[in-house]
Design a protein. Sequence first.
Length: 306
Amino acid sequence: MMPEMESRPEARPVTVAIGIPSCGRKDILSAVLPLISRQTRQPDEIYVCLSSPEDMDPNCVAGLSVRVIVIISERGSCRQRNRILAAARSDVILFLDDDFLMAPSYIEEVGRLFSENEDVVVATGTLIADGIIGPGISVDSGLQLIEADLAKPRPAPTFKPIYNAYGCNMAVRTGPARDAELSFDENLPLYGWLEDVDFSRLAATLGRVVQADSLVGVHLGTKKARTPGIKFGYSQIANPIYLIRKDTMSIRHAGVQIVRNLIANVVKVWRPEPWVDRKGRLRGNARAFLDLLAGRLAPKNVEGLE
């Protein structure tokens, strides 16, 4: 049975910062950032880590009441998350993808969860919809989905243990993470495929990793500036095998990931979705298996693929 998050007046309040890594998606970032003003509790700080100053319109945060700190870093989801982790001074960092929409109570509920459950080190939310598995969801449609969900009756909030958080919305308690020198593995380049699994399994040695149904949102799954098909296909094989060797992903979980993606690419290459480069992904899969047989398989090899 999932534990209920009962009210505890004596719980110590926690500070919550938002951390958003972004690269080459100025339009979506500029549309999503102002929506933070809709939160019932504002974050204490917002960190946006960009690969270039041109990745964000500075005017988009003019209406926010909290400080926005912009960090410039080399491109790479893990590298950019680490820069945020190093800079933030809050008790909790809520890492969000630049195309994630929060329900209005999201930050308030993050604060409550971490305040009342001191052994929780990582928490992820419950998605109303995830555009990553389809053509993507527009900002307006995402907001409508959230509004419709708010109208539904909601039971007492609960949370449950999970194997890993979902990187598009992942709150991290910074104290234990810093004490253990925890970081996102920069050997997983570019999109950082499965970096959330790696980080979650390391964090699980420090406390609980949970999913909370009070943390509600929509992942738009915006397709702009995503990793090219051949590179992503290579990562679909190389990254889980790397994590097996690192002992942060079980053979069972990695095997399911590899087989599921490989089957999807083989089957759908004949009638690919307009928003997915199945041929490129399949080529990337093949290159990864060849490198595995040759003993040179490594996630960073994607940086040399064209």
